[in-house]
Design a protein around this ligand. Structure first.
Ligand code: SAH
Ligand code: SF4
Ligand code: F3S
Length: 473
């Protein structure tokens, strides 16, 4: 038997890339690859890249510069190391990567990574390999399923891709070009994936897609199912304790999704619903195809069926043409909605997108200043949201041992991490926790008495919870 080869994979960007990285590991496992956390002893390094903003994609070239040195060092020691670039930069700039980075052996786009074994073999025989086509076959039919041990090692919460690609063509965004057209996976395949996960200890499933609520997959009876239909079905499967979905688009919120929030206790009342701007003029220039008022009405529809629902969002400041008045409309929208958290970004012109042809009107200094003002407002809302948890008793799904010995970390319905001094037996359970105080971004509390929970005196538990939402640059 050949000795196992070591694979190191580094992911940038969105949840889809995190999921894809796992699927690449699963697909290379039958080829004899095992994952390593270190670059230095890796036989294969995969960079799973993101092209969304300039900063993200430029990172790839500096990382490749460092990797070349590691590769050279390995060669001096008589060991061959291969480098592959996957993900959205591979898709958008495949030829440029081949030209600029001679150390790279394989370039593979997000729709072709099921061909990784063949591409690596090709690179070995003939030198370098590049595949950035959108193949006619669906990669999901070719990816090796994760082994039970791999699922268990990844923990109790898992992503499942249900939809990929985007047909929305917001004028600033590269995703429709890097991920291709919207494709929904059939219901039966998703159910198979979810069953495999729950049979191996997973109890929280986050359905992911670039535009997840545009989901329109083929149901077992041949009819097309919406995301709401799919959530209803998955909530009934054994072992599914919590369901989430991300990222949704305001234009694709249909009644079945609202009904799912009304009817399904397993569906968490926390929705990431990006709006980008509060100005109708800018929303139109962005080709978002909705107004700020239409967005407010979507929020109202959710709130009408779930009073405890909370929202997060994405914002872009400094889009070409954004005036102080437009920006004020964004601040007004944020004030009116009241978010549990949000990500905000400075506009970054991306090659090949329609907005890249627009003249930039907002100076770097103005962008910085607007970003700070927006982030201050969002931060204050986030702190208020966390403060409001004090004194309440909330359900926490415990996930894993935390860094501090004896602590177990879990999450509230709103994805706030919660740390408890308790036995690891509570992993995979939802237990009520009384929040007592807030320390920076952390909530402190104790396990509330409940059936099945350890007695309070025997296991005095301290909870430290903090929201994971931060504003990226
Ligand atoms: N599919 C999701 C998110 C896509 S990318 C959606 O439609 O909401 C995640 C976020 O990155 C976007 O919501 C947007 O806020 C930000 N983003 C995308 N392109 C950008 C650009 N060119 N400059 C700055 N931020 C951008
Ligand atoms: Fe990009 Fe817009 Fe599609 Fe989201 S909806 S992925 S922002 S084009
Ligand atoms: Fe980045 Fe591609 Fe995701 S551009 S945000 S990795 S879809």
């Amino acid at each position: 038997m050949k000795p196992p080869r070591k694979l190191h994979i580094k992911s940038y960007g969105c949840q889809m890339n995190v999921y894809d990285a796992q699927r690449m590991v699963d697909t290379l496992a039958p080829e004899g690859f095992v994952e390593t956390s270190s670059v230095d002893d890796a036989d294969l390094v995969i960079l799973n890249t993101c092209h969304i903003r300039e900063k993200a994609s430029e990172k790839v070239y500096s990382e490749l510069g460092r990797l070349r040195l590691v590769k050279d060092e390995a060669a001096r020691n008589g060991r061959q190391m291969n480098i592959a670039v996957a993900g959205c930069v591979a898709q958008a700039e495949g030829d440029e990567i081949i030209r600029r980075a001679p150390a790279v052996d394989v370039v593979v786009g997000p729709q072709s990574y099921h061909h990784l074994p063949q591409l690596l073999a090709h690179a070995k025989r003939h030198g370098r390999a590049l595949e950035t086509e959108f193949p006619v076959e669906d990669k999901f039919g070719f990816l090796a399923p994760p082994k039970p041990a791999a699922i268990r090692a990844r923990g109790i919460s898992s992503f499942v891709t249900v939809q990929e690609g985007c047909d929305k063509f917001c004028t600033f965004c590269v995703v429709p070009y890097t991920r291709g057209a919207e494709v929904s996976r059939p219901v039966s395949k998703i159910v198979d994936d979810v069953r495999r996960l729950t049979e191996n200890g997973v109890c929280e499933i986050t359905l992911i897609g670039q535009n997840v609520n545009a989901y329109h997959g083929e149901g077992p009876e041949g009819r097309i199912w919406s995301l709401g239909n799919l959530l209803h079905h998955l909530a009934g499967l054994p072992g599914v304790m919590r369901l989430r979905y991300s990222t949704s688009h305001p234009r694709d919120v249909d009644e079945t999704l609202i009904e799912a929030h009304r009817d399904l206790p397993a569906l968490m009342p926390f929705v990431h619903l990006p709006v980008q701007s509060g100005s109708d003029r800018i929303l139109a220039a962005m080709n978002r195809k909705h107004t700020a008022d239409e967005y407010r009405r979507v929020i109202d529809r959710f709130r009408a069926v779930r009073q405890d629902i909370a929202f997060s969002s994405d914002f872009i400041v400094g889009f070409p043409g954004e005036t102080e008045e437009d920006f004020a409309a964004t601040l007004a929208l944020v004030t009116q909605i009241g978010y549990a958290g949000a990500y905000s970004f400075k506009y970054s012109p991306r090659p090949g997108t329609p907005a890249a042809d627009l003249r930039e009107t907002v100076s770097a200094a103005e962008m910085d200043e607007r970003l700070v003002r927006l982030q201050e407002l969002i931060d204050s809302q986030q702190s208020a949201f966390n403060q409001a948890a004090i004194g309440s008793t909330v359900d926490v799904l415990f996930e894993r041992a935390a860094r501090n010995p004896g602590q177990i970390v879990g999450r509230t319905a709103y994805l706030q991490p919660a740390h408890v001094m308790a036995s690891p037996d509570i992993i995979g359970k939802i237990l009520p926790v009384t929040i007592e105080s807030l320390e920076r971004y952390s909530l402190l509390g104790k396990l509330a008495p409940s059936v099945g929970a350890p007695p309070a005196q025997a296991a005095p538990a301290q909870i430290i919870a903090s929201s994971q939402m931060t504003s990226g640059a």
